[in-house]
Design a protein around this ligand. Structure first.
Ligand code: ADP
Ligand code: MG
Length: 668
């Protein structure tokens, strides 16, 4: 009795229908997902000409019975779903029974498969949806699907394919990321004679990240560890308090909780990407694009990274299958969560808490992920992502699927004026002083640049010392001893683990920001009355913004009142703000209010007002500080929750570790 069945109409009609074959990478995705669903431990992907000429996926999974092999090419034929009820808890990657027939209708496809339950296997050949051959064949267990000449019979589609390297980059990115989600399996990807990725099974995700990206990128990431949060779901008839008590005393086998688990990696705030393409989200092993999770991630970085920048992240979320509806998008890359806001807050809090614990410090080592393209090209992974990033949004691509749905971030504002010097991990060099280049090459660079054809597994076995003994962390800040300033702008300090350079303006900005935010939350911002009220003339638009945020302004320590037509009087201001900055700061806040109107979040508005106050009130660069002041600044910075970056996302402290110093002097 075969495993595959044709779905009854009433089930088939409930399935999100649509085109699954958009480009070679979507074929690879469907075939790879089938191999994983078949329980394979080894998956090999071979492509030629960016997947246009050939895509072959070889697996060692359960294979198909003879009858199933034929049925698999019928529409809505699947072994993974039976009835409508199953749609509510899908635990396999596939479920629609549409991929194989869709692929077979636009290519020349050869299926070779054998289930170990039968003595021989089956070979089926189909071209443009027409069955050409079906025969018994002596085959090993598992499945090989070969797809040749994709879109050979649909010239219009073929014309829209991008260049071979770009299509190959999409395939490489896809296989790479599925390999990250399944560290216990082996994955290989080759193009012609060249192997691009080859990873053997490993015990942890960290080891897989190392295999795929190498130690340099691993150093730039923070591991989330395992974060869990339970959602309590008592039966509707029982009041929650009683249900919790009952649960505690009885410990029933099936507790009324849904557990959400988050693992994975995210980058230090200084790794700033210009788009969301370096964010990979997996839900129960499925690679997805989701607005809610993206929003939770950027909220975690709020005031740690400019709002126009994005981190690198690999997030793996696990939850009950009933918590996610995967049946909302034809290519299954979008999902709907049943308890979205619970999940959103769980992800945001987990990442933020971990960021605050880890306090990752920027280092002087060449930062591969934040480097300009020329440098980034040294790493094959960066080549892949760079090619994808450079591509114009096609609206149909797999990787950028659904990204247009996310509204553009509000423009950046409130940047402190830094007339003389800029120190920024990823900023272009300033004409006067260029700190963006590392003073000394301290990390062994990757081998000379190759093209896409280079293997990703050049890192070999996972050596115990691949991970630095001490995580580059800002936890040691409180023990730093200031030595002096450079350019009266940057504090040089010695610590137990090397040398530090701290930007005095942004350090103070971070201190004030958290202070003002706490005062604001406690409802008592320290204010100072002006001797004479300051009268400000507003434009019609500003007048509207003012009326909308007057209460928030008041709560933030600005006492203002309307004073005739389009004029306001400012009577008091937060104590930290000097009178000379007052006018500028009020106009800046009105501008923030205008921007926030689009995102409509009161919390963001509040944080941005605090950031603005902090920025204006903070000590500037080009200001001499005595040692006692520097010491105070370092202690106060150490006591903040997030000493990594200023509220606008600039790095605060750069670290040159003892290990790097020793290496540079050839002492180790
Ligand atoms: P779906 O994955 O949604 O079920 P597909 O068209 O992708 O639909 O595949 C149809 C069926 O073919 C699957 O349900 C599965 O039973 C079988 N199948 C496809 N690929 C493989 C494979 N690599 N190994 C074993 N069975 C497979
Ligand atoms: Mg499938």
């Amino acid at each position: 009795m075969g495993r595959i069945r044709i779905l009854p109409d009433q089930v088939a009609n409930k399935i999100a229908a649509g085109e699954v074959v958009e480009r070679p990478a979507s074929v690879v995705k469907e075939l790879l997902e089938n191999s994983l669903d078949a329980g394979s431990t080894e998956v090999r992907v071979e492509v030629e000409a960016g997947g246009r000429r050939l895509i072959r996926v070889v697996d060692d999974g359960c294979g198909m019975l003879r009858d199933d092999a034929l049925l698999a090419f019928e529409r809505h034929a699947t072994s993974k779903l039976r009835d409508v009820g199953d749609l509510l808890s899908i635990s396999t990657l596939g479920f629609r029974g549409e991929a194989l027939p869709s692929i077979a209708s636009v290519s020349r496809l050869l299926l070779e498969t054998r289930s170990l339950e039968e003595p021989t296997g089956t070979r089926i050949e189909i071209a443009g949806g027409k069955m050409l051959r079906c025969e018994e064949a002596a085959l090993a267990g598992g499945t090989v699907i070969t797809v040749r000449d994709l879109f050979y019979n649909v010239p219009a589609r073929r014309k829209f394919l991008r260049t071979e390297p770009t299509e190959l980059a999409h395939i490489a990115s896809l296989v790479t990321h599925y390999s990250l989600a399944h560290p216990d399996k082996s994955f290989r990807l080759s193009t012609g004679p060249t192997e691009l990725l080859s990873v053997t099974p490993v015990a942890s995700m960290k080891e897989r990240v190392y295999q795929v990206f190498g130690s340099q990128i691993l150093d730039e990431l923070v591991e989330i560890g395992v974060r869990e949060r339970d959602l309590f779901l008592p039966p509707p008839s029982v009041p929650p308090s009683q249900a919790i008590a009952e649960y505690r005393s009885a410990e029933p086998e099936d507790p009324p909780f849904r557990r959400f688990r988050l693992t994975g990696f995210f980058s230090r705030p200084q790794i700033q990407k210009s788009n969301r393409n370096s964010i990979y989200i997996f839900v129960n092993g499925r690679l997805i694009r989701d607005r809610l999770v993206l929003h939770a991630l950027s909220s975690a970085y709020h005031n740690l990274m400019p709002s126009s920048a994005y981190p690198f992240a690999l997030l793996f979320l696990e939850c009950d299958a009933e918590e996610v509806d995967v049946n909302v998008h034809p290519s299954k890359t979008e999902v709907r969560f049943r308890h979205g806001s619970f999940l959103h807050d769980f992800i945001r809090d987990s990442i933020r808490e971990r960021l605050m614990e880890a306090r990752p410090a920027p280092t002087f080592s060449p930062v591969a992920m934040a480097a300009p393209p020329a440098q980034a090209a040294q790493l094959p992974y960066s080549e892949f992502s760079q090619m994808i990033e450079n591509e114009q949004p096609a609206g149909s691509g797999l990787v950028e699927a659904s990204m247009d749905a996310v509204p553009p971030p509000p423009p950046h504002f409130g940047e402190p004026s830094m007339p003389e010097f800029t120190l920024r991990a990823s900023a272009p060099p300033t004409p006067r002083l260029d700190f963006s280049a590392p003073p000394i090459e301290v990390m062994p660079g990757p081998p000379p640049s190759g093209k896409l054809s280079r293997r990703l597994d050049m890192h070999g076995e996972f050596p115990a010392d691949a991970i630095p003994a001490t995580e580059m962390s800002l936890t040691g800040l409180s023990e730093l001893r200031p030595l002096g300033q450079i350019h009266e702008s940057f504090i040089i300090a010695a610590g137990r683990d090397g040398l530090w350079i701290i930007d005095q303006h942004v350090a103070h900005e971070r201190i004030l920001f958290e202070q003002v935010l706490k005062q604001r939350a406690a409802g008592r911002v320290e204010t100072q009355r002006l001797l004479m009220p300051m009268i400000l003339q507003l434009s019609a638009e500003q007048q509207i913004d003012y009326a909308r945020i007057a209460d928030e302004l008041h709560a933030s320590g600005f006492e203002t009142e309307p004073f005739g037509n389009r004029t306001i009087a400012v009577k008091a201001a937060p104590a930290a703000v000097g009178p000379q900055d007052l006018e500028r700061i009020i106009f800046e806040i009105l501008e923030i209010a205008e921007n926030e109107m689009r995102t409509n979040s009161l919390d963001d508005l509040r944080r941005n007002i605090c950031a603005s106050i902090a920025c204006r009130a903070a000590i500037k660069i080009n200001m001499r500080l005595d040692l006692a002041k520097m010491e105070w600044l370092l202690r106060a910075l150490a006591a903040t929750d997030c000493p990594m970056s200023c509220p606008h996302g600039r790095p605060i402290a750069m670290h040159y570790s003892t290990r790097e110093i020793l290496k540079a002097f050839h002492r180790i």
